[in-house]
Design a protein around this ligand. Structure first.
Ligand code: ZN
Ligand code: ZN
Length: 233
């Protein structure tokens, strides 16, 4: 069994990413990655942009678009597997900017509102056999923002409720996540091509969605690496 090169936090033009879904598959596929998750933003209803525009006007997947988003991801997953042997896992980033938590829900089939509280989001994801990941739990050096401050302020309560926490997000390393011995993964939070060069996850498991989810949950054959370009394989 070999180590799989993975990235579980990627945005496309379905939300605020600069690259189309097809371009993302091409970039990661050509680089030789084994597993990616597409996690476009779903925003809480109170969210506003810095310019003051409401969530409904932001780049995010809306409830009524969710079925089309899922269909696009499944079509991309087929292409990704056929062309590159790369597993694509559909997901979302449930983005609550009012209460300040960002949560990845991976391999969900039904829409989940980011307006729910954290426990409900985790429960609803689990009901769908999905996986939850606490995103960028500490301050982000490149922006100085703490969009998930609620998760870190309550990390003792949420510690084992999440399937994993991001120990790294793009350029940032959160050593406290490692020190707390939380389940961890590392992701790019990809929004544009240069974000490909960033922290990523290595998993030692079979290349299928169930095996990948189980490897994250058990978290005993997981590592991180800093991808700096070129072909992995
Ligand atoms: Zn986020
Ligand atoms: Zn993100």
């Amino acid at each position: 069994m070999q180590w799989l090169y993975c990235d579980f936090h990627i945005h496309t033009t379905w939300s605020d990413g600069a690259c189309s879904l097809d371009r993302v598959v091409e970039l990661y596929g050509e680089a030789g990655f084994d597993v990616i998750a597409i996690t476009d933003h779903v925003l809480d209803t109170e969210s506003v942009t810095r310019s003051g525009r409401p969530a409904s006007m932001l780049g995010a997947v809306r409830r009524e678009e969710f079925a089309a988003y899922q269909e696009a991801l499944w079509a991309a997953a087929r292409k990704s597997w056929e062309k590159y042997g790369m597993l694509l896992i559909p997901g979302v980033e449930l983005t609550n900017n009012t209460s300040r938590y960002h949560i990845l829900s991976l391999d969900i089939k039904e829409y989940i509102s980011p307006d729910h509280d954290v426990e409900t989001i985790i429960a609803k994801t689990r009901q769908q056999q999905g996986l939850t990941v606490a995103c960028h739990p500490c301050v982000r050096n490149h922006s100085g923002e703490e969009p998930s401050v609620h998760l870190w302020n309550n990390h003792e309560r949420y510690a084992s409720m999440f399937d994993a926490w991001e120990v790294a997000n793009r350029d940032d390393l959160y050593s406290v996540v490692g020190l707390k011995k939380f389940n961890y993964i590392a992701n790019s939070d990809f929004h544009e091509e240069r974000h490909l060069l960033s922290w990523k996850t290595l998993l030692r498991c079979d290349k299928n969605t169930e095996a990948v989810k189980e490897a994250i949950r058990t978290n005993d054959r997981v590592s991180l690496f800093l991808y700096r370009g070129g072909k992995i394989r």
